[in-house]
Design a protein around this ligand. Structure first.
Ligand code: AHM
Ligand code: MG
Length: 339
C-alpha cells in the first residue's frame, strides 16, 4: 500500500474490503476512537489556555490522583463511543467498574478498554502523553455484559493502538496485520498514513527504565541494566544509551520508531503488586503492537499476551522491545530461577 495521502478511513475501508480483516462494526469503532483522540489532542494542545491543566479533586480506583485531563479524556472516549451501536461495554483505567452501553442505544459485539491519558505526570510539563486502547469481541453466546467478559488474554485482541500527543499527534494501530502509523493533518482534520509495516530492529543499544528504582529490582533486571551500564568495557562489549520519558506511549513510540527496550519491572516497594502498569489498558495493547512489529514482550516469566487476566485493574511487570534484548532478559530470568 502506498503511503501517499492514504487517510485512516481509506486504510480501514481497504482492510475491510480486501482482507476481510475488519468487519464494518470494527471499522466504525476504530473511526470513532480516532475521532475521540482528535478531540483529546485539541484539549491537550490548548493546555493552560483551555483551563485543562492541573489536578482534579479525585482519585481513581487505584488510589492515584486524577488530573483534569485524565477525566476529560475519559469522558470524551465514553461519549464518543456509547451511541454508535458498535460496542457492548467499555472499561477504563480511570473508572472503578465497566461502563455498559446504556439501554437507550443499540448494543454491538465489541468491548473497548483504554487508558484515556497515559503519562499523567507529564501533562502539566508539556511532555508527550497519549491514549492507549484495546478491543476485544464479546465472548460467544454471552447475553448480558459482565466484568468477566473483559478478562480475556491479549491474544484475543482484535485491534489495539495508541494516539500520542507530542510535537505531532500520531495514531498507531494494529488489527493483526502489522503496525501502521497515521499523523494528524490539522488543516484537513484527518489522520494520514505516514508509515506502514513498522518494524523494530532486533538489536539495540538503547534502554528505557526508571533507574531511580534500581535498588528495588529483582536480580535478573539488575544484571541486565548493570551490563548495559558497563558499556564497551563490560560483557556486552558496546556502549548503551538510556532514555526514559515516563509516558509509556512515548517510550513505546520511540521503540517502534528506532528500536530499544522498555521495562517497568516488578519491584520490592509493593511486593504484592505484580508491577506498576496495567495489563488490560497498557501492557496488552502495547505488547501486541510490539509483537506485530517484530519485537517481543514478556513479564520475565511468560509472554504478556498469554496471561489470563483475573481482574480488571490487574497490574503486570513489563519488558518489551527489540527481540534479541528482550530474549536476553528472559534468559537471565530463567537462569536465576534455575540457580
Ligand atoms: P499513568 O497511566 O497513571 O500515567 O501511569 C503510567 C505511567 C507510564 O506511562 C510510565 O511508564 C510510568 O507510569 C511512569 O511511572 P513513574 O514515573 O512512577 O516511574
Ligand atoms: Mg497509563
Amino acid at each position: 500500500m502506498s503511503s501517499s495521502r492514504i487517510s485512516l478511513t481509506r486504510y480501514l475501508v481497504e482492510q475491510q474490503r480486501h482482507d476481510q480483516r475488519i468487519p464494518a462494526q470494527l471499522r466504525l469503532l476504530l473511526e470513532v476512537v480516532a475521532r475521540a483522540c482528535k478531540h483529546i489532542s485539541h484539549a491537550v494542545n490548548k493546555g493552560a489556555l483551555g483551563g485543562v491543566l492541573g489536578t482534579a479533586e479525585s482519585e481513581n480506583v487505584q488510589g492515584e490522583v486524577q488530573k483534569k485531563l485524565d477525566i476529560i479524556a475519559n469522558e470524551v472516549l465514553i461519549e464518543a463511543n456509547e451511541w454508535g451501536g458498535h460496542l457492548a461495554a467499555m472499561a477504563s483505567e480511570e473508572m472503578d467498574t465497566i461502563h455498559i452501553v446504556p439501554n437507550r442505544y443499540p448494543k454491538g459485539e465489541y468491548l473497548l478498554m483504554f487508558d484515556p491519558l497515559d503519562g499523567s505526570s507529564n501533562i502539566d510539563v508539556n511532555v508527550s502523553i497519549g491514549t492507549i486502547f484495546s478491543v476485544f469481541k464479546m465472548p460467544e453466546g454471552d447475553r448480558g455484559v459482565e466484568e468477566q467478559d473483559f478478562l480475556q488474554p491479549g491474544t484475543k485482541q482484535v485491534a489495539a493502538g495508541y494516539c500520542i500527543y507530542g510535537p505531532q499527534t500520531t495514531l498507531v494501530l494494529t488489527v493483526g496485520d502489522g503496525v501502521a502509523m497515521f499523523t494528524l493533518d490539522r488543516e484537513m482534520g484527518s489522520f494520514v498514513l505516514t508509515q506502514d509495516d513498522v518494524r523494530i530492529p532486533e538489536d539495540t543499544k538503547e534502554f528505557a527504565v526508571n533507574m531511580s528504582n534500581m535498588r528495588h529490582w529483582d536480580e535478573p533486571v539488575k544484571r541486565y541494566v548493570d551490563e548495559c551500564l558497563q558499556g564497551k568495557e563490560g560483557v556486552r562489549g558496546k556502549d548503551f544509551n538510556m532514555r526514559w520519558i515516563a509516558s509509556m506511549v512515548a517510550d513505546v513510540h520511540r521503540i517502534l520508531t528506532r528500536g530499544g527496550v522498555f521495562m517497568y519491572p516488578w519491584d520490592k516497594r509493593e511486593p504484592e503488586k505484580a508491577g506498576k502498569l496495567r495489563l488490560l489498558y497498557e501492557a496488552n495493547p502495547m505488547s501486541w503492537l510490539i509483537e506485530q512489529a517484530g519485537g517481543a514482550a514478556h513479564n520475565g516469566q511468560q509472554r504478556i499476551l498469554d496471561i489470563a487476566p483475573t481482574g480488571l485493574h490487574q497490574r503486570v511487570s513489563v519488558i518489551l522491545g527489540s527481540k534479541n534484548e528482550v530474549d536476553r532478559i528472559l534468559q537471565y530470568h530463567q537462569e536465576a530461577a534455575q540457580s
